[in-house]
Design a protein around this ligand. Structure first.
Ligand code: ATP
Length: 395
């Protein structure tokens, strides 16, 4: 069974009257790779800074291994941080950059005297770290002669060399080009597994979060919107915000007519969702890859292709249905102006409580304005369970 290492309990962070983290509840297991994902300003870095001890929450508690650590300063927590700007010392070579923290004398808890690590141990630990980050043979190199990816590896080695239990990584790959970023994503995952320590990673890049993490925490406006495995977050988004932020989505106003029957564009479709009120207004999320293009006559819905973009493996096409523009991904070429039909299997519909979320890039829900007047079933993420709790209970 996975063991809880860090817990944020009802944590709020306010700067004057500005609440930037609103009653966050989150736990992180030992050896977990957990990613905080969300748009700029949603509170990811603030959450990380609270865990690292650089900020104290205005309300709430932080626990490490069951012990409250609100008042424990950063250097006394078994937690290190890697920042986007590597902050390496330009006048020191690779070896000395990594060895830097090990050369600082530490207070022996028994004798209360400051002691230095023996030179041989410093050497062995730095060489071990160089091996872990795949920089064997680089020890004498000046850090300014290294590529961005190599410098980031040195920063990671430096943060790991004093064997923290947790590494906090704040957009550590943000300064790297796309190719290097991908390589480093694989490297980070490998290093995390090799070292067997907890990584708490901050990014606004959903692809990065999905490809690296055991658990993804999606945040928006100082609140946690969903916690889950990458597969859960992608396949079962809890609300329109998560669906829109993770991958690409068509978000449509709908009405749940009965268990397994949802209505969009005044037509009823079979879906797998249940547990809604009869005639409840809902957000219906349909992923672009879940739509099949068929002859116009055979389609459940009929529309006109207004834009086609070649994407290598597939085409992105924009289809106009009754004034509502859908993104569809298909390997079939459909020329602009062609009239097509579409089919969606029941598992292609993701029905969720209405959140009145209007999309990151515009208003997705313009079709049926009258639905907004029926009730106000605003999604409340705090009522959601953390799915890892249920998994732990089952074990
Ligand atoms: N010291 C501070 N004083 C006042 N406001 C702050 C302070 N630190 C952060 N904030 C505000 O808190 C909010 C959350 O900031 P935070 O850095 O946590 O967001 P983020 O999700 O990490 O964003 P980004 O991806 O852009 O780094 C922002 O609106 C920010 O302006």
């Amino acid at each position: 069974m996975s063991k809880e290492l860090i817990r944020l309990s009802n944590c709020t962070m306010a700067f004057d009257s500005d609440v930037v983290l609103d009653n966050i509840n989150l736990y992180i297991n030992d050896q977990e790779f957990l990613t905080l994902l969300g748009p700029s300003g949603c509170g990811k870095t603030t959450t990380l800074r609270i865990i690292g001890g650089f900020q104290t929450p205005t309300q709430g508690d932080v626990f490490f291994d069951g012990v409250r650590i609100n008042d424990v300063p950063p250097h006394k927590r078994a937690i290190n941080t890697v920042f986007q700007r590597y902050a390496l010392f330009p006048h020191l070579n690779v070896f000395e950059n990594i060895a830097f923290g090990l050369r600082i004398p530490k207070v022996d808890p028994e004798t209360k005297r400051k002691v230095k690590l023996p030179e041989q141990e410093i050497h062995d630990r730095v060489m071990e770290m160089l091996h872990v980050v795949n920089l064997n043979g680089f020890e004498k190199r000046s850090v300014s002669s290294l590529s961005g990816g190599q410098q980031q590896r040195v920063a990671i080695a430096r943060a790991l060399v004093n064997r923290p239990k947790v590494l906090l990584l704040d957009e550590p790959l943000g300064a790297l080009d796309l190719r290097l970023r991908k390589d480093m994503q694989n490297e980070l995952k490998r290093i995390q597994q090799a070292m067997g320590i907890t990584f708490i990673y901050v990014t606004h890049d959903q692809e990065e979060a999905l490809s690296m993490s055991d658990t993804v925490v999606v945040m928006d406006a100082g609140k946690i919107q969903q916690i889950g495995t990458p597969e859960d977050i992608y396949n079962e988004p809890k609300n329109a915000f998560v669906a829109d932020f993770i991958g690409e989505s068509n978000i449509i106003d709908g009405i749940m007519r009965a268990d397994g029957v949802v209505e969009i564009f005044n037509r009823r479709f079979q879906c797998l969702d249940k547990g809604f009120e009869k005639d409840e207004p809902v957000d219906v999320v349909i992923r672009p890859e879940d739509v099949d293009i068929v002859d116009e006559a055979a389609g459940q819905l009929k529309g006109t292709v207004t834009n086609v973009t070649f994407k290598g493996m597939h085409y992105d096409i924009i289809v106009d249905f009754y004034g509502f523009k859908w993104l569809i991904q298909t390997t079939d070429f459909c020329p602009e102006g062609s009239h097509i039909g579409i089919k969606i299997d029941p598992d292609g519909f993701h029905v969720m409580k209405k959140s009145h979320y209007s999309g990151m890039f515009g208003d997705y829900s313009s079709y049926s304005e009258e639905y907004d007047e029926i009730g106000d079933a605003t999604y409340d993420p705090e009522q959601e369970e953390d799915p890892r709790e249920e998994a732990d209970e089952e074990e």
